[in-house]
Design a protein around this ligand. Structure first.
Ligand code: MSP
Length: 511
């Protein structure tokens, strides 16, 4: 059995923005966690290359769409490597393999008698690649997301009989935990309860798309094509591309993680398409919120777009990950504020976690000959052990429920409590009396062990920092031993050597 998780397939009209980095980091964290608990993860990302929006972007640049897509797809691929994203599949919807899947899928849907020719009239947003509901019949009506004028369309298109699946979709969207969070679920329930309308799945004015077999001049509507990228990603390395084989390759997806603006496509249109083609529907759709900057929507016209490349170069991977994961509750909107970012990183990572590692290892090195102290097991104080065990249990429960901000918070709380424990015990005073040596050894051992567990819990969230903590404690983590097993209290080896200290996280300056 595989655990399949997907990011949206990003439009290649531009290079990645903070929104795409956000979704991809969350998927990466969940993938890393699932691998640590023993799942066979297939993490899919990729790019959505067809459609009017991309065709126009290429025309504006004066180049062929294919040349434009090759360029931007390569940027996305490199970008995810720079962010150390652990994706397994990178799908391009302009690939031949994908086209085979789309065509077979279309034949299946046609065989279910779900395709007919009709006339599509309405106001279209090229940015969303979507017809808008009831836009007050005015040519000056703007898309609320893109703030651009809508375009009037009136053409002959092929339609998909979405209305036929009203009951099945109603049942599906009411299934507990199919759509999360609850606000998103309610939005979709309302939308479905108003009655589903058939939607057009082909275009006659878009040449940059997959041709519809048997219908000259028609290319597939970009969403019909793109959603299938999740499926074609799974069999991209297989010689037999048939959809029948997909169940062995991991379909259906366990999670589609997407932004709230594209929920309808994933929670309504996509499942109906799959049912029509005789395929299984995804297990779960998580719709995350939107990121704003200093309280404002990010946009080129506002000139406040935050370039993720600059963030990465300036601050590094872990600080950005920590901020996006810990400060934004998955599902809610989030705001990126420069000052808050610097404060959070300095407080949580430098002053709390970094400082804990610093103090505990330096005391141990100084008093116990550069080693972890050897302790008397009988004497071992239990208070920190039980705090660490509770934090671990809570962390796992939160992660399993995809409440990753709360999981991150458990790590921070354990680090705060471990610092408090040290402050309370004051081993630097006790060590002055020879007779206190047993108790000091015990305190230091416990604090180092708690720090080891903090580092280990950080592994899916901040893989780089986690590895640095582990190396400062003498490389205790073993890939071949189950991660959960290594979270047990007492694994840090007594008397083992501590390496030379190196700073693991730098404080940031607010400019
Ligand atoms: N190509 C489609 C997805 C097809 S999936 C089969 C698409 N692409 S997109 O590049 O425009 O958007 C990708 C994702 O970025 C969406 O989930 C969208 O919600 C998200 N975001 C766009 N702006 C965002 C923010 N400001 N904040 C957070 N996420 C945002 O839609």
């Amino acid at each position: 059995m595989s655990f399949v998780i997907t990011t949206p397939l990003y439009y290649v009209n531009d290079k990645p923005h903070l929104g795409s980095v956000y979704t991809t980091i969350i998927c990466d964290t969940i993938s890393r966690y699932k691998r640590l608990v023993g799942e066979n993860v297939i993490f899919i990302t990729g790019v959505d290359e067809h459609g009017l929006k991309i065709q126009r972007t290429a025309t504006e640049k004066g180049i062929e769409p294919k040349t434009h897509c090759d360029e931007i797809a390569a940027i996305f691929n490199i970008n995810w490597k720079n962010w150390s994203i652990s994706f397994d599949k990178f799908i391009r919807t302009s690939s031949k393999d994908h086209e085979i899947v789309v065509k077979e899928f279309f034949e299946r849907v046609k065989d279910s008698d779900d395709i007919y020719m009709g006339v599509q009239k309405g106001w279209y947003c090229v940015g969303c690649e979507e017809f808008k509901d009831n836009p007050e019949n005015s040519p000056t009506y703007k898309c609320p997301i893109h703030q651009k004028n809508l375009e009037w369309k009136n053409e002959e298109n092929l339609f998909f009989r979405l209305s036929k699946y009203q009951q099945e979709i109603e049942k599906l969207v009411n299934t507990p935990s199919f759509i999360e969070p609850i606000e998103r679920k309610n939005e979709i329930k309302n939308f479905v309860s108003r009655g589903l309308k058939d939607f057009s799945i082909s275009r006659t004015n878009v040449s940059w798309g997959i041709p519809v077999p048997g219908y000259e001049n028609h290319t597939f509507y970009v969403w019909f094509d793109a959603l299938l990228g999740y499926v074609s990603a799974l069999n991209s390395n297989e010689t037999d591309k048939s959809l029948e084989r997909l169940n062995n390759l991991g379909w259906p997806a366990d999670i589609h993680l997407i932004g709230k603006d594209i929920l309808r496509f994933h929670a309504v249109y996509w499942p109906a398409m799959l049912i029509s083609a005789g395929m299984r529907v995804p297990q779960k759709i998580i719709g995350h919120g939107f990121l704003t900057r200093e309280g404002q929507k990010m946009g080129k016209s506002l000139g406040n777009v935050l370039d993720p490349d600059l963030l990465l170069t300036k601050y590094g991977n872990d600080p950005v990950r920590w901020y996006l994961i810990k400060d934004i509750s998955l599902g809610n909107d989030g705001d990126f504020q420069d000052k808050r970012f610097v404060d959070i990183i300095n407080n949580d990572l430098a002053n709390t976690i970094g400082n804990l590692l610093n103090r505990s290892t330096s005391m141990s090195r100084k008093w116990f000959n550069n080693k972890v102290p050897a302790i008397d097991k009988e004497f071992n104080q239990k208070s920190l052990a039980s705090l660490a065990n509770i934090a671990t249990e809570n962390f796992i429960n939160h992660f399993e429920a995809y409440k990753i901000d709360l999981a991150a918070d458990e790590i921070l709380k354990l680090a705060i409590n471990t610092n408090l424990y040290l402050n309370d015990k004051q081993p630097w005073k006790l060590i002055k009396e020879e007779s206190n040596i047993t108790v000091v050894k015990d305190i230091i051992y416990c604090v180092l062990e708690s720090t080891r567990i903090i580092g280990l819990l950080l592994l899916p969230i901040l893989p780089e920092l986690s590895k640095k903590i582990d190396s400062q404690l003498g490389l205790i983590y073993k890939d071949e031993i189950p991660w959960k097993k290594q979270l047990k209290w007492g694994i840090l080896q007594q008397g083992s050597t501590l390496p030379k200290p190196i700073p693991i996280i730098n404080k940031l300056e607010y400019e």
